[in-house]
Design a protein around this ligand. Sequence first.
Ligand SMILES: *Cc1c(COP(=O)(O)O)cnc(C)c1O
Length: 230
Amino acid sequence: MTTISNNLQGVRGRMVTACTRASRPSHSVVLLAVSKTWGPQAVREAFAAGQTRFGENYIQEAVAKITALQDLPLEWHCIGPIQSNKTALVATHFDWVHSVDRFKIAQRLNDQRPIDLPPLNVCLQVNVDGGENKSGVPPAETLALAIQVAALPRLCLRGLMVIPEPAADYAGQLAVCAQAKALFDEIVAAAVPGAPHFDTLSMGMTTDLEAAVAAGSTMVRVGTAIFGVR
Ligand SMILES: *Cc1c(COP(=O)(O)O)cnc(C)c1O
């Protein structure tokens, strides 16, 4: 077995253990492999080990990789910051975007989504712990943005994404993840018109995936534990 395949097995094991501890079914959390900075060959190795969802931060790097891997049935997720001048590339090449934090970007993605592709799946990035200089919509403005984005026909609003500040310990990780889950539940309860598929809480990375799963994450984004240190 390759290192990547071994690592993937380890991460899946961590996810199953975390689900069991939280009394959640193991299929209730999916794994997004974050392949930023790694080349197409690393992605091929992960695919050979059963991984089909991949996350990328840097648009240009991602587009080159997506193009080089067109022979594989992969699902590509944009998880990095998006400038206005990159929305066309994102709308054309990705299946999901986790990092929408303002309406202007959502509108451009909507307008630029090619008509022969299904609607682009979108999560709103929330600045859940209020870190300064951080991207993400403030929690108090998230529902209003969700209502606006859900009305865009070429986007499919799927949920929320958070990148909490590193916490000192598990209890600290759990506390901020629980805040994100509470906000997610609020928006689910609001039953936003046009968002019948709001089912995704994208939360948890290499160092906090256990806390994220305990708090209710439905998708963890893991890079280092799969591909190694960048
Ligand atoms: C890089 C990155 C990850 C993966 O982080 P690891 O600590 O390597 O698992 C997850 N989410 C986002 C938004 C990232 O930028």
